[in-house]
Design a protein around this ligand. Structure first.
Ligand code: ADP
Ligand code: MG
Length: 264
């Protein structure tokens, strides 16, 4: 009886030992597989990053309405991105505001005034830059605008958060952006620093309507007008308020970089 019990006890231990070894083996093989796929992912990620770093990202700054801060956004983002990348700012607006602003001083980005549709058609072939930012005219049914949107990898739509401005923006999105099947985001600009709640409400309303918006927004500060007058980006304007204004555009630039790098 004792022998029998000992025997079955011994058998159980053996069985348990086999199970334990089996489980250990599985665990080790699982760990090895994970490690291998992790290494492969790392390799893939490195490769993608390398490939992407050679890409030119074309960013079109668009809104059918004037005064929505297209030029202000184009010039400031060009200056901020140019700190670490090669940037070309294309002024596709016949009014030439970006050119007038940026050509008066030395800058870290290149500038080209280009409203000729035949030239804009060649945008995708331009090499030697990390970013091409295109400032566009405030006209929806303008051939040059459509060509730019078709060439763009990303469309940035600046707009003040007021209901009438947002209405015009929704029309722009529906008429020109959605049919082009291009990635886009709305950037709320000229936001009254005393009523930031309005911007947050506008962001939510846009997102609920399926229109993506930048988390960051650009507050209205008179220093932005000063920057235009002096022909310099906001990064070069002196003073405490200018640093706040610069911070707004830096946050937007960071978000933009994440967006273009995440989604290719
Ligand atoms: N965040 C801001 N705060 C204050 N003024 C601004 C701001 N953004 C733009 N502006 C001013 O608003 C006006 C229109 O801006 P602009 O960039 O020329 O718009 P758009 O190119 O869409 O016509 C300009 O006088 C500009 O200095
Ligand atoms: Mg403009």
């Amino acid at each position: 009886m004792v022998n029998h019990t000992l025997c079955s006890w011994h058998g159980l231990c053996q069985l348990y030992g086999v199970l334990l070894t089996y489980k250990l083996c599985k665990l080790v093989s699982l760990l090895l597989t994970n490690l291998q796929s992790y290494e492969q992912t790392e390799l893939r990620t490195n490769r993608v990053t390398k490939l992407r770093s050679q890409d030119v990202h074309i960013i079109a700054v668009v809104n059918g309405k004037g005064g929505s801060a297209k030029t202000t956004t184009s010039v400031n983002l060009a200056a901020i991105l140019a700190e670490k990348s090669k940037v070309l700012l294309v002024d596709a607006d016949p009014q030439g505001s970006a050119t007038w602003w940026a050509e008066r001083n030395e800058r870290d980005f290149e500038l080209s005034k280009e409203t000729d549709t035949n030239e804009l058609l060649k945008l995708k072939k331009v090499k030697g830059f990390d970013f091409i930012i295109v400032d566009t005219p405030p006209a929806l049914h303008f051939e040059a605008l459509q060509i730019t949107i078709d060439a763009a990898d990303f469309v940035l739509l600046p707009s003040p958060p007021a209901p009438m401005d947002l209405q015009a923006l929704i029309e722009t999105v529906q008429a020109s952006i959605m049919p082009a099947n291009v990635k886009f985001r709305v950037l709320l600009t000229r936001v009254d620093p005393r009523s930031l709640g309005k911007a947050l409400d506008a962001q939510q309303a846009l997102m609920q309507g399926g229109i993506p918006a930048f988390n960051g927004f650009v507050r209205a500060y008179a220093v932005h007008e000063q920057a235009v007058l002096d022909g310099i980006p906001i990064t070069q304007v002196r003073g405490k308020i200018a640093r706040e204004a610069e911070g707004d555009y830096r946050r937007v630039a960071d978000e933009l970089l994440r967006e273009v790098n995440t989604h290719g």
